[in-house]
Structure formats: structure tokens, C-alpha cells
Design a protein around this ligand. Structure first.
Ligand code: AMP
Ligand code: FES
Ligand code: ZN
Ligand code: ZN
Length: 313
């Protein structure tokens, strides 16, 4: 391995897209610098709710934001965890997020799905025809926005990384899924108070899973080691490995791929943001029907429950 670009130590990582080799200490500085630049670029200030799942991406994000807040008080960060009721996996995730937030001295809000909406993710998956991760995605998006909005946060920060985003877009392109391409959130979206939509920031939008994992390892950040048991066999996992091959040919292809799609999207007249509120929950939806995807899901769960209990003739 080569020497670090900034000191005499041996490099522990090479970042081909930037033609940069770094030692552990300089990598940590580089990583925090990348996150800080995203906050600067979008002038993030005020109260930020950090969606923390217990996975390496969001745990690395929470750590980096807490480091930044030690030297810079433009924003205040609060951790937020949803217990999705996915058996042992959710129990362990909540525990790990609780312990880590306490260690960092960051305030944590925990939302127990079963207690708050009456259903766990496995229960909702049973009543829906959609794939498990799609059901879970609808619920997470709705809860994250609702809680951030109702608790008065200016922004919601999530731990999406470039591998997640480029794989979702690649799969969507290869399956003519225009809806996903049009709806995909970018690095930043401003608050829209008129439709109760909180501002969103994805500070790791251009950071890879490998970089997040390395940052977590170097800082001894505890993470939930296992994958969600419900996402096993998800087709997205199969598409992800395609990037390994493409990146060997062109290390900046992933960044360029996302930028190209964002540029194309800007030029498309059809690109639209949610513009109206769901008739039931009164939170934003793009749906042409009166109810948002979350409320339709909850309605079908309620219907199924009463059917099971024999209350519907
Ligand atoms: P995923 O949808 O699982 O790829 O997660 C993307 C991002 O959503 C994570 O990096 C977190 O910021 C957030 N997130 C996912 N699951 C949870 C959860 N159970 N509680 C809070 N935030 C979550
Ligand atoms: Fe959502 Fe597994 S965390 S399906
Ligand atoms: Zn160095
Ligand atoms: Zn609704």
C-alpha cells in the first residue's frame, strides 16, 4: 500500500474516484470534511433529526454529525429510531442505537411502530401485495416525515449512501420504472411547510458503503451486524454487485451516473413534487387517489383484522 497523501504513515485506503490514498487519521478527517461540506453547501442550520437505524451508514452519520457539532453550533442534532417490530432484529437495533446515542450524549427519540400505529412491519407485509422492503419504505418515509414535522425539526437527515442510490436508479432504469426515477430524493430537498413536508438532507449521498463502514470501524462505532431478515433475496441486492464490475472500468462512473440522471430529471417537464395532502392523515402525497400509500396500507390492515375476527360478513 502507498503512503498517505498527507503524512508519512502507510495508507490504509485508496479512493480511486479521487485518486487518493489515506492513513486512518486522515481518512477520518476527509470523511468528516465531506459531511461538513454538504451541510455548508445547503446551509443547514437549526434543529436536525437524524434517522438512525443501527446500520453502519446512519450510525457513522450520527457520529460524524456529533463530531461536527463539537466545533460548530450552527445545528443541533437529535437521533431518531423507529422500532419496526421485526422480531429480534428490531430489538437489537433499538438497543444498539440507545447505547450509542447515550455514549455520544445525543438526545434520542424512539418510535415504537406497534404502539403508535397498531401494527408491526411483518403484520403490514402480510396484508399487502407489495414486496417487504416496499411496505417498510412506505411506513418509514411517512413516520420520519410526520415525526420530524410535528416535533418542529427543520431537517431530517438520513444515511443513504451512493451504492444504495445508484443501485435503486440502475434497477429502475433497467425496468422502465419511471416513477422511482422521478421521485428519487437527491442530496437535499428544502422544507415545504405548505404541505407539511420537512426538509431532507442526505449527507452521505456521494459517500460509498465502504467509506461508511471504514469510518465506523476506525471509530469503533457499534453497528447491527446482520441484514434485516425480511430483505433477504430482495432483487436490489442482486443489482448491487453490477457496480463492482463497472467501477473497475471507471471509478467515477457511479458519481457520473447519478449526476446524469439528476440533470436529465431537471430538464423533464413531468418532474413533480408531491403537491397535495392525503384526505385521512393530512400529510403529503403524490398519489392521484385521495389517500396516501401509508393510509391505504393501514386501511387494508384494519380490514384484514376485522375479517379475521369475523366482524365483516
Ligand atoms: P434503508 O431504507 O433501510 O436503506 O435506510 C435508509 C436510511 O433510512 C437509513 O440510513 C436511516 O437514516 C433511515 N432508517 C432506516 N431504518 C430506520 C429505522 N428503523 N429508524 C430510523 N431511521 C431508519
Ligand atoms: Fe425494512 Fe427490513 S428494514 S424490510
Ligand atoms: Zn495521513
Ligand atoms: Zn395518508
Amino acid at each position: 500500500m502507498k503512503k498517505c497523501r498527507f503524512c508519512d504513515s502507510s495508507a490504509i485506503v485508496r479512493l480511486p474516484y479521487a485518486n487518493l490514498s489515506l492513513c486512518g487519521e486522515h481518512f477520518k478527517g476527509y470523511y468528516i470534511g465531506r459531511i461538513r461540506r454538504v451541510l455548508d453547501k445547503h446551509k443547514i442550520h437549526g434543529e436536525v433529526l437524524v434517522a438512525t437505524s443501527g446500520g453502519k451508514d446512519s450510525m457513522a452519520l450520527l457520529h460524524a454529525l456529533s463530531e461536527i457539532s463539537k466545533v460548530d453550533d450552527r445545528a443541533n442534532f437529535t437521533a431518531f429510531h423507529i422500532n419496526l417490530g421485526i422480531f429480534d432484529y428490531s430489538r437489537k437495533s433499538e438497543e444498539i442505537v440507545r447505547e450509542f446515542s447515550k455514549k455520544l450524549g445525543v438526545v434520542l427519540i424512539v418510535y415504537d411502530l406497534k404502539k403508535e400505529i397498531g401494527y408491526t412491519i411483518p403484520e403490514l407485509i402480510r396484508v399487502s401485495k407489495r414486496p417487504p422492503c416496499a411496505v417498510c419504505g412506505i411506513v418509514k418515509r411517512w413516520v420520519l416525515n410526520k415525526v420530524a414535522y410535528e416535533c418542529g425539526f427543520d431537517y431530517l437527515a438520513t444515511g443513504h449512501n451512493i451504492d444504495d442510490i445508484s443501485t435503486i436508479l440502475l434497477k429502475a432504469l433497467l425496468s422502465q420504472d419511471m416513477y422511482t426515477i422521478l421521485r428519487m430524493q437527491s442530496e437535499f430537498s428544502p422544507p415545504r411547510n405548505d404541505i407539511k413536508l420537512v426538509g431532507k438532507i442526505r449527507p452521505q449521498f456521494y459517500l460509498s458503503e465502504m467509506e461508511n463502514r471504514l469510518y465506523a470501524e476506525l471509530n469503533k462505532i457499534p453497528v447491527i451486524g446482520e441484514d434485516c431478515p425480511l430483505s433477504k433475496g430482495a432483487t436490489l441486492h442482486k443489482y448491487r454487485s453490477l457496480w463492482d464490475h463497472i467501477l473497475k472500468t471507471n471509478p467515477v462512473s457511479q458519481i457520473n451516473f447519478i449526476r446524469s440522471i439528476l440533470k436529465l430529471r431537471e430538464q423533464m417537464a413531468a418532474f413533480k413534487q408531491p403537491t397535495h395532502l392525503c384526505k385521512k392523515c393530512e400529510f403529503p402525497t403524490e398519489s392521484e387517489t385521495e389517500l396516501c400509500a401509508f393510509c391505504r396500507l393501514i386501511d387494508s390492515a384494519g380490514k384484514r383484522n376485522t375479517e379475521t375476527l369475523g366482524l365483516v360478513s
